[in-house]
Design a protein. Structure first.
Length: 239
């Protein structure tokens, strides 16, 4: 059974909800870390799903639930910090979308990476997709680029289709070009710039760089631990 446990008062009425899953280019992770810090977002709920194995993230020696809801006066954020296979997300996403709509959210915006063959390191473009003309007009008024064609799959598509099936027109997605196997800070920045333009919050470049440095240190430390573990196992196998 999927459920949302509110730990503080949740009020999504007339504010946008950014939906961020861990995925290509670690864009969701980078974007979530910046928004939580920059907007001083408050942790207001945790999301449980029976289809996802028991898992937790550890920070400063304490375990935290990896799927959480944050909010500020300007917007809300659903942040999932662990990879989830698509086969385990369909009912889970329905629970989320139903909750957003019931709470009166103005918009639902799933964000993520758009894997490309070229190296987009410092030249990543951000595109929007939606299911309806109302949102196309809204995005065009702010000068947001629309993805003309392509093939998409996963949580972004499922969320857009769920919102459309429920008659909720305020759903669109922002996707930035990225190398799926590398932390894509520039791509995450492009999505944040579009969000700040659409929903009127300040994007602080120095603050983004500080958050990015912290995330990169965690990635480097994680990679170091993996390399050491691999080396030790290899050495043991040759003794």
């Amino acid at each position: 059974m999927d459920r949302i446990k509110e730990i503080k008062k949740v009020n999504l009425k007339n504010i946008p909800v950014i939906q961020s899953f861990s995925g290509s280019g670690a864009i969701g992770t980078i974007l979530s870390a910046f928004l939580i810090d920059a907007l001083e977002m408050e942790h207001v709920a945790v999301i449980h799903s029976s289809s996802i194995p028991p898992v937790a993230i550890v920070k400063d020696g304490k375990i935290e639930h990896p799927i959480r809801l944050f909010q500020s006066e300007k917007l809300a954020l659903m942040s999932c910090e662990i990879p989830i296979s698509y086969s385990n997300t369909q009912h889970f996403l329905k629970t989320l979308v139903d909750y957003y709509i019931k709470q009166g959210a103005s918009h639902v915006i799933p964000v993520g990476g758009l894997p490309v063959l070229k190296d987009p390191a410092n030249d990543a473009r951000c595109f929007a997709i939606t299911t309806n003309d109302e949102m196309l007009t809204f995005l065009a008024n702010y000068g947001v680029k629309i993805l003309d064609e392509g093939i998409l799959y996963g949580t972004v598509v499922e969320t857009l289709e769920l919102c459309d099936s429920k008659g909720f027109n305020g759903c669109f997605s922002l996707l930035a070009e990225c190398d799926p196997g590398v932390a894509s800070y520039y791509a995450a920045k492009q999505i944040l710039l579009e969000l700040s333009k659409l929903f009127n919050f300040e994007f602080d470049e120095n603050q983004f760089n500080n958050v990015s440095s912290t995330i990169q240190r965690r990635i480097d430390e994680s990679n170091r631990m993996v390399r050491e573990e691999t080396f030790n196992k290899t050495r043991e196998s040759h003794l």
